[in-house]
Design a protein around this ligand. Structure first.
Ligand code: ATP
Ligand code: MG
Length: 414
């Protein structure tokens, strides 16, 4: 992509009311646009990052047998009344609306109810199970505080997978595979070393749920980490009995602020019973389906990456989620040679399938470098009269600041 054609521009300042680092940097660099508190549009650069995160998650969900679908945001209240989750006294973050004839509708904040109801039309016998369905879908939550940028949106994308199993053994086996898939996702997204499988409250059907908590001061949760075991306990469930249960020594735990980037939950028959999701077992007996839910916010993950890898100059994306791999920066000089060289290099790299953002603008070097640091593409390659003379290309690694002199072959092989 040619930077001269991008409609977004970098900015020196973020909106005054924006207090979170992730949104400040993402807005300044032109990744997202703030519509109002907790509501952000993804701009061309931002969508590229979001899509990379989505693709990592999609691959891991497909690997464990997930079938992708896409449900509706508009919700029929009848399903939610059956589980007692329609009332605003029970669920305080609903957005609701009405049809012209006054029928009430909800905007989905999660999808257990409609998917359980939907599955009851397809699942009849033990032969129809297990099933794993997932989607990337917009959720609406009337969050009380929306001060964490894209980490806490009032409208946000969620990957939610739901598992439907015959019994708890089948459920537990899948749950472990899902846990490993989540570990893989955060590793691939570049925050593996900062992310801890965290014991959290499990609701009425299991002792614990598992949160995936990424350590950052921008986090709103407090977790207690056992570095050796690489697990953590959320403050909300920390007590002597739990520690004993998990075989964790209180003295070894380190308190850290963290953000929940993912959450997996055993649901038992909490939804299948009220919504009538049952099947006939091998003996012809009617049994309720055993369920689990598995959520990740791709936008929250993107915001978390910025919190972790953002510095005073801007963002330093991990390569796996960066909008482009190479930022090719041409510096205008006396002659046309550098421009011609950069144009040819851009074409060749692009033809090789390498993702390049080509800064072909006629702007000052200082401005171009500041923009490049802010946008945070992993490798910056400068083409100028000076580099042409040297016969080599100067490549700078955004994350470390390290520079190297390379030839074109080495650049293509990065
Ligand atoms: P929190 O406690 O942080 O509000 P939650 O426990 O309510 O989150 P879940 O219902 O478990 O969130 O949602 C699954 C995943 O969706 C979360 O792990 C998180 O990654 C993401 N998520 C939840 N709320 C938001 C939000 N407001 N904005 C962006 N992502 C979100
Ligand atoms: Mg949660």
């Amino acid at each position: 992509m040619r930077q001269s054609t991008l409609f977004t521009k970098t900015r020196k300042e973020a909106p005054k009311d924006e207090v979170s680092k992730n949104a400040q940097l993402l807005i300044r660099a032109g990744y997202v646009h703030k519509e109002m508190a907790g509501v952000y549009s993804f701009l061309p650069l931002g969508l590229r990052v979001l899509n990379k995160i989505v693709e990592i998650i999609r691959q891991e969900m497909n690997t464990i047998g997930g079938q992708e679908m896409f449900m509706t945001a508009l919700q029929d209240k009848t399903n939610w009344e059956k589980t007692n989750r329609w009332s605003d006294d029970v669920v305080d973050n609903w957005f609701k609306t009405k049809l012209k004839n006054d029928t009430e509708l909800g905007l989905s904040f999660t999808h257990e109810e409609p998917l359980t109801a939907l599955m009851s039309e397809y699942v009849k016998s033990y032969r129809d199970l297990p099933q794993y369905a997932y989607q990337f879908q917009t959720k609406f939550r009337n969050e009380a505080r929306a001060k964490s940028g894209i980490m806490r949106g009032r409208e946000f994308l969620m990957k939610d997978l739901y598992s439907f199993s015959k019994n708890t053994e089948e459920h537990d086996a899948f749950y472990e595979r899902a846990k490993q898939a989540y570990i893989n996702i955060f590793e691939r997204a570049g925050i593996g070393s900062k992310t801890f499988v965290t014991f959290a409250s499990g609701g009425s059907f299991s002792k614990f749920s598992h949160e995936f908590q990424a350590v950052t001061d921008a986090g709103e949760d407090l977790i207690y980490i056992d570095e050796e075991k690489k697990i953590a306990v959320n403050k909300e469930v920390l007590n002597d009995e739990v520690l004993k249960d998990l075989g964790i020594d209180r003295a070894k735990l380190v308190e850290k602020k963290a953000v929940e980037v993912g959450n997996i939950f055993s649901l038992g028959t909490k939804f299948s019973e009220p919504l009538g999701l049952v099947y006939q077992d091998e003996n012809g007996q009617t049994q309720p389906v055993v369920m689990g839910s598995y959520g990740i916010g791709p936008g929250r993950l993107m915001g978390t990456i910025v919190e972790i890898f953002g510095d005073e100059k801007g963002i330093a994306w991990p390569e796996s989620v960066a909008p482009f791999k190479i930022h090719l920066v041409y510096l205008p000089g006396k002659e046309l040679k550098a421009k011609e060289y950069a144009e040819r290099l851009y074409t060749e790299l692009t033809q090789k399938g390498i993702e390049v953002l080509f800064d072909d603008r006629d702007a000052r070097a200082g401005e171009k470098f500041a923009d490049s640091d802010l946008i945070g593409i992993p490798y910056r390659v400068v083409v100028s009269d000076k580099t042409l003379e040297s016969g080599k290309l100067e490549m700078k690694i955004r994350a470390t600041g390290e520079t190297k002199m390379l030839d074109e072959a080495a650049l293509s092989a990065l």
